[in-house]
Design a protein around this ligand. Structure first.
Ligand SMILES: Nc1nc2c(c(=O)[nH]1)N=C([C@H](O)[C@H](O)COP(=O)(O)OP(=O)(O)OP(=O)(O)O)CN2
Ligand code: ZN
Length: 128
């Protein structure tokens, strides 16, 4: 029988402006979204007394720190998006890679980050 694992999900949001350079259409113009973000991490071990992979509270605080760097900005003016478009795809990868450096240890690893511009448009980033 395979080893079990747990996957935790936390969610938050941020509001920012962006434009998609080279886009043939209205999205090339500066406009804004309330981006909804979901983060999934996973682990194979539980804290022996607490029975948790990682405190949701701690994960939410990490996500809030990363999203604060994006909130109420023109994303195109950020160094991270000076050479690549701040598309939902690239924003999801950026959040994933920032959070990856902040997780508490090797027992908890990133699974995925999803970024939604709205209820019908979601980009999910994960690594093999
Ligand atoms: N794969 C992606 N496609 C598009 C992205 C993106 O990040 N990844 N982004 C955009 C624009 O940001 C645009 O704001 C979204 O366009 P659209 O879905 O058309 O948004 P609307 O608010 O106009 O949605 P309606 O459902 O048509 O009202 C474009 N594509
Ligand atoms: Zn947009």
């Amino acid at each position: 029988m395979g080893e079990g694992l747990w996957r935790l999900t936390v969610a938050d949001h941020f509001s920012s402006a962006h434009q998609l350079r080279h886009y043939q259409g209205k999205c090339e113009c500066l406009h804004g979204h309330n981006f909804a973000v979901q983060v999934q991490v996973q682990g194979r071990r539980l804290h022996p007394e607490l029975g948790i992979v990682m405190d949701f509270k701690e994960l939410k605080a990490l996500l809030k720190t990363v999203l604060a760097e994006l909130d109420h900005c023109n994303l195109n003016e950020m160094a991270e998006f000076s050479r690549i478009n701040p598309s939902s795809e690239n924003i999801a990868r950026h959040i994933y890679q920032r959070l990856q450096t902040m997780l508490p240890g090797p027992e908890v690893i990133m699974h995925s980050v999803s970024v939604a511009e709205g209820p019908n448009s979601v980009a999910i980033y994960m690594e093999d």
